[in-house]
Write a protein that binds this ligand. Sequence first.
Ligand code: MEZ
Length: 549
Amino acid sequence: MNLIKGYPESMRESIEKVEKTREKRLKEKYQQMSLDERDEVLNKYHPDYKPEVKRKLSIGSSKEEIVPMEVADLIESYPLVSEKDIDLTSIDYDVDLLIIGGGGAGTMAGIWATYEGIDPENILMTTKLRHGDSNSIMAQGGIQAADKANDSPEIHYLDVIGGGHFANEPELVEALVSDGPAIIKWFESKGVMFDKQKDGTMITIHGGGTSRKRMHSAKDYTGMELLRVIRDEFINLSIPVIEFSPAIELLMDDKGQIAGAVLFNIETHQYYVVRAKATVMGTGGFGRLHIQGFPTTNHYGATADGLVMAYRCGARLRDMDSVQYHPTGAAFPEQIVGLLITEKVRGLGAQPLNRDGNMFVHPLEPRDVESAAFIKECYGASGGVETPTGMQGVWLDSPMINMLKGEGTTERELSAMYRMFKRFDINMVEDPILVFPTLHYQNGGVVIDANGATELKGLFAGGEVTGGVHGKNRLMGNSLLDYSVFGRRAGISAAKYAKKASIGELTLSHVTRYRKELEKAGVPENRKSPMILPEYRGRNVLSRAIDIF
Ligand code: MEZ
């Protein structure tokens, strides 16, 4: 493949138009849409509003729940193992607490379970790749928390509920916003280097759909900075971790409790049986399913394993019909298609523009509205800016940032992004960058309560695997807050539970029961899950970038 360096002539013509309108746009204010206008663009152009891309689940505890086809197929799949494959009398790890998933939620759960009095030696974290490999570490723009004088958890609450189309679970939103300020203080006390003014005041900016500036950041690698610090804390507490060993099935006991998991070592292909008094799931979302062929911002392990495993045990799912497409995935060059261009770029002043250099939407509409407006511009209006591989996109006028906020702002505040584009001879301080929506987040998931407890005894969960916090659309910066708040709460609740729990005889009979339901529903035998890692052989990867509509 020829590496593309800089913009080709065909795209330069459009860049010239962008440059011509810039002076005028610098003085312009663009109106946000009315609720009716938002509804219209969502209904016509948002990928989630096409009924033919989803179906009802036909078996299990959330039978009739509408989910994307790709997710339905994965949930309604045969287990990788059956009862006879695993010897449950031979226990490899016997612990108080098993944590499945090595991202933010799992890491927080381990730390707070330890603070709650569980001996680290009686905790085990297992993770599919390495500790930290997760969407949490890849988050860029920031974490929301209402800790400024003009803000409050109540105002934050209203933003979250409005952004989520009023479908959120109120008690979960209350927990999210109330814990926010204390979580930021705790992160700081542990050494997170948030962006600050010279006088030490925390810098906060807007995200899409926020009525106050409450986005706290560490340049454009906030996720990495948070995980750097909490992973250090986790390591300092000496909590054991086994890497490259995803859970492939939850274990239950004869009292109907969740009692650990079966792990699969992806290097040695060995199975391990973990018996645990309590289990916390922080397995993340489904981005790597590439719903509707979209590229994704997600890490390779985001294959919805937790959903699949919990569903087989009887966990209920909610809001699974809604998928988050981040408005600004990279659309050029080809090598980085789908990677995240943080919302902070718009938060700092970059405007979205069409191929004629005109602004067609307010930069900070809620994510679903902004994405729908981009898709309309590319496929419903005059057409987007076309790349040499046929991908459509709209411009983000990044040079405006330094013009509005002062020389050096982009290089300082968006240093990771600035460097990424430089590798392809694109200087985002001088030229705009091309973007198109990319699959970013699983809005719904496993039902939990405000303590991070699922409806299954012994199973707790936090972060993207859960549903209810964000309703039908998450706002920027609320996922880092979500994993922090509910990872912590799940860890504390699991610790309390483990102190009292006693485990009966281990069983995988739920797997057999589920298999029978699948057979009855006529599901083809070759469909298997969890997926563990996505398949990228064949022509799929490149076609994804250009063949969405
Ligand atoms: O919360 C997010 O998804 C986030 C911070 C993303 C971003 O645009 O940076």
